[in-house]
Ligand binder design. Structure first.
Ligand SMILES: Nc1ncnc2c1ncn2[C@@H]1O[C@H](COP(=O)(O)OP(=O)(O)OP(=O)(O)O)[C@@H](O)[C@H]1O
Ligand SMILES: [Mg+2]
Length: 259
């Protein structure tokens, strides 16, 4: 694609996002409008363009949340169905500031390329983990597509607002039981350990809990599986315990899952 087209596309998306960002504030660390340049670097814009020509999305509606390693955008497909676009940041603002000190130094000439490949691999890994869960019947956002640093999946929520996190929900014993079942099913059915299982990475919807953010999930053959599993169990137990829900002994749970 010519530079001219890409520049036009970029400025079009810029304008759309800036007008959105006037209505919706982004989290700290991102100045209004500035986020576009930090996140949507040229290769990312090219990837979005490819997603449009591949009919994965029709357009991008705005950003939903900005984290340190990824930003979530609200996309819409040709049938007007919302699509969640998790865009992994290749060059964070911090990294950008360091760039002039690295580029030009022959010892680091491979660094940029390496970082990018790692980020692309991470997106692929999350896609694969989501697919493994989805195929095993575990409630996760349905994975749709992955390309470079962009992962597309079902949008959980309405009108561009994500469903409530477990963190911000009222919780009951049934939620605790569902959360423990999720860990068990991840292990026994999807053959995965989440690795970051917490109230921050679980939606509570009217159809039950939905687990997401599976980038750090590992295969059971990974050498640290047991340690990660223990941590996942401890984290979620601590959360429910703090909320006054009766919880089981974490060691018993662990033994029960790995047996
Ligand atoms: N499929 C989805 N549908 C709707 N919203 C989503 C979806 N996936 C993620 N989100 C929203 O984006 C936020 C960040 O997603 P996620 O936890 O996957 O990324 P992260 O890299 O952990 O980001 P952070 O650094 O903010 O924790 C979630 O808290 C949620 O609000
Ligand atoms: Mg998260």
């Amino acid at each position: 694609m010519s530079d001219e087209i890409s520049r036009k596309l970029e400025s079009k998306i810029d304008k759309k996002l800036i007008s959105k960002s006037k209505r919706k504030h982004l989290e700290d660390g991102f100045k209004k409008g500035k986020v576009v340049n930090e996140v949507l670097d040229k290769p990312t814009v090219m990837t979005l363009y490819k997603m449009i020509t591949d009919h994965i999305i029709a357009y991008v509606n705005g950003s939903v949340s900005a984290g340190k390693e990824s930003v979530l955008f609200w996309g819409v497909d040709e049938k007007d169905v919302s699509v969640a676009l998790k865009i992994y940041l290749v060059s964070t603002s911090n990294f950008k500031k360091r760039k002039p000190y690295i580029l030009g130094d022959p010892r680091f000439s491979k660094l940029k390329r390496g970082t990018k490949n790692l980020v692309y691999l991470w997106a692929k890994k999350e896609f694969r983990n989501l697919s493994q869960c989805y195929d095993a019947g575990i409630p996760v956002p349905k994975p749709i597509y992955v390309k470079n640093n962009i992962l597309a999946m079902d949008f959980v929520g309405q009108n561009g607002s994500p469903a409530k996190l477990l963190l911000n929900s009222e919780v009951y014993e049934d939620d605790y039981e569902q959360a423990i079942s999720l860990i068990k099913d991840l292990y026994n059915k999807a053959k995965l350990v989440h690795g970051d299982f917490s109230e921050y990475n679980i939606f509570k919807t009217e159809n039950g809990l939905i687990v997401f953010d599976l980038g750090s999930a590992v295969d059971l053959r990974h050498p640290n599986t047991q340690e990660f599993l223990k941590r996942d169990i401890n984290n979620i137990t601590r959360f429910f315990n703090k909320r006054g829900i009766p919880v089981e002994d974490t060691n018993t749970l662990f033994e029960d899952i790995v047996k």
